[in-house]
Design a protein around this ligand. Sequence first.
Ligand code: ADP
Ligand code: MG
Length: 251
Amino acid sequence: MSDGDAPAPLLRAEGLMKTHHGEGAPVHAVRDVTLSVQRGEFVSISGPSGAGKSTLLHLLGGLQRPDSGSIWLDGERTDTYSEARWAVQRRKRIGIVFQFFNLVSGLSVADNVELPALLAGATPRRARAERKHLLDELSLAGKERSMPAELSGGEQQRVALARALVNQPGLLLADEPSGSLDSKGTREVMRLLSRFHQRGQTILLVTHNARLASTTDRVISFFDGRIVDDAKLEGTPSRRAGISGVLELRD
Ligand code: ADP
Ligand code: MG
């Protein structure tokens, strides 16, 4: 299919550039990145530590600004948004999970999940219902009143996933979501991502772990700020068997 016939991508980035100016020499973290993600895709961005993966994810989610280049979400240009507009749009349209969960430590599990819904304008009743549904789904029923510090890493990440999905965002961005979990927690997170994907969730997963990347539908290899490969993997039964193999990591 030529580009002209393709459906509008859910996410499109063109010519993204980002240089970090820290203590030492400037770091060209993202150099001329162009990519599209279609609705329903489960895409991974894989590459070694320092390749610029997190920077790219931050640009796509509006957490950092590109030096140049353009981003469209659902056909709408987002890189020109003000901070305030980004904050509102991100809440509704993009869910983000991080390696270290980033839960609000002073809020209960229930409140952590309900907060983004309330901020997005949901009624308390609706926020509660959605929170209950997600916590059940993520096997966290009974943990509503717990504080984040009382939970295991795997549980905290599941709360973070519930929080990211509570507003039913079109796009889920995940930055090394299993990076601080043991193999059991890793397997759990990957299974959950896969389950949400099977129900239609579009997911962009950033990971330095090539094995985890290989369980997604499409692997974008990232090196030194650039895309060096972009490979669609076919979802054949044998490949699916391979995935369960990958996910049956020993503890
Ligand atoms: P990855 O997620 O692939 O490990 P990052 O996007 O975190 O890569 O980082 C890419 C490069 O940019 C690294 O060299 C990192 O040290 C540098 N970098 C990232 N964020 C900043 C920052 N805020 N200030 C300065 N340098 C940064
Ligand atoms: Mg990173």
